[in-house]
Design a protein around this ligand. Structure first.
Ligand code: MN
Length: 231
């Protein structure tokens, strides 16, 4: 096959402990999946079914990187999240079988242009400008579920320049991992290459150039990100 231009490398995430990479085609993200975070964003967490937004696969950035402060924002925020990778076609799966469709897990940061997200939210426009931009999906190497075992609870935290900003337990998710997979599989034919960012706990906040972010999920290890100057 000939292309009009040479395709860039396929977006992918390395698999911890192997030479394999997990090729990524879609990134789904869950909105307001921890009650305290829903409240800090001004919403009642009890009345909402799960909802989602997406990021392009080429928004992925591997842990350890320095990213430029994002374009067009004055309020770039971190959101520390558990990421799951789908292992096989998952269509209309039940909650009780949903764990069978998990390939592995990673730590992720859903970087957010909060000013643009809130502005678009207020006037009923899509969230893309606030969420789906370059360098907005930070990720660590995937830990296969065959190594980690199922992850449904445990510590998740994030520090900025050594100061803890987010700290919660994964069991505090409003919609747990199984429920998210089951629900999304009613709307999409989930399959290999699909990542799901499962939402962030309370304590989101801004970053500035020069900041170092360190995220941690106990079973998965650390994520690190440096914020560089704006372009
Ligand atoms: Mn998020």
């Amino acid at each position: 096959m000939d292309f009009v231009y040479t395709p860039e490398n396929i977006p992918s995430v390395p698999v911890q402990g192997s030479n394999l990479h997990y090729a990524v085609s879609r990134i789904f993200c869950v909105g307001r999946n921890y009650a305290a975070h829903a409240r800090e964003m001004g919403f009642d967490p009890d009345r909402e079914p799960p909802f989602y937004f997406t990021k392009p696969a080429n928004a992925l950035v591997l842990t350890g990187a320095t990213i430029p402060y994002a374009l067009g924002t004055q309020n770039l925020h971190y959101e520390m999240e558990l990421v799951i990778a789908i292992s096989k076609p998952a269509f209309r799966v039940s909650v009780e079988h949903a764990q069978d469709y998990i390939y592995g897990y990673a730590c992720g940061l859903d970087m957010t242009r909060r000013d643009l997200q809130i502005k678009s939210r207020e006037i009923g426009r899509p969230w893309d400008f606030g969420k789906a931009f370059e360098n907005s999906a930070i990720i660590t190497p995937l830990v296969p579920k065959s190594v980690s075992g199922p992850i449904n609870s445990g510590n998740i935290d994030l520090s900025v320049n050594g100061v803890v900003k987010q700290k919660a337990d994964l069991k505090d998710m409003i919609w747990n991992v199984s429920e998210i997979i089951a629900n999304l599989s009613e709307y999409y034919h989930l399959t290999t290459g699909d990542l799901i960012y499962t939402g962030t706990p309370e304590g989101v906040g801004p970053v500035v150039a020069g900041d170092t972010l360190v995220g941690n999920i106990d079973q998965l290890g650390k994520l690190e990100l440096h914020i560089g100057p704006a372009e």
